[in-house]
Design a protein around this ligand. Structure first.
Ligand SMILES: [Zn+2]
Length: 110
């Protein structure tokens, strides 16, 4: 007799995840390190640390509804911890209208 193992519902990749995937393929194809996408900077940098603005714990975006996003304070902390380069932090800031620790960096592909 076979027990049925519950499976999570299938989901499709978000545009940000697809862009990140394409960047990884391009890095492998060209042998050159291409800039990380905003999604990668969130997943591999900002979301590995607590947010100094709203104290969201690692692994979760700062936003609780709507598109995923994180406070700039979190990216700044990730940069201090060496998870992002200074140049990558500058790239994140370019997406903002105003520069403040409370500014939200949305995890969307432009
Ligand atoms: Zn936050």
């Amino acid at each position: 007799m076979h027990d049925i193992i519950p499976q999570p519902p299938e989901r499709t990749a978000t545009p940000a995840e697809l862009a990140d995937h394409d960047a990884r393929i391009e890095r492998a194809r060209t042998g050159q390190q291409l800039p990380r996408t905003l999604h990668a900077l969130a997943e591999q940098g900002a979301r590995l640390v607590h947010c100094g603005q709203c104290w969201q714990r690692p692994g979760r975006p700062c936003t609780v509804s709507g598109p995923a996003g994180d406070h700039l304070a979190r990216y700044m902390r990730a940069e201090r911890k060496g998870l992002l380069s200074h140049a990558e932090l500058v790239g994140v800031v370019r997406h903002l209208d105003a520069i403040a620790p409370s500014a939200l960096v949305l995890d969307v592909t432009p």
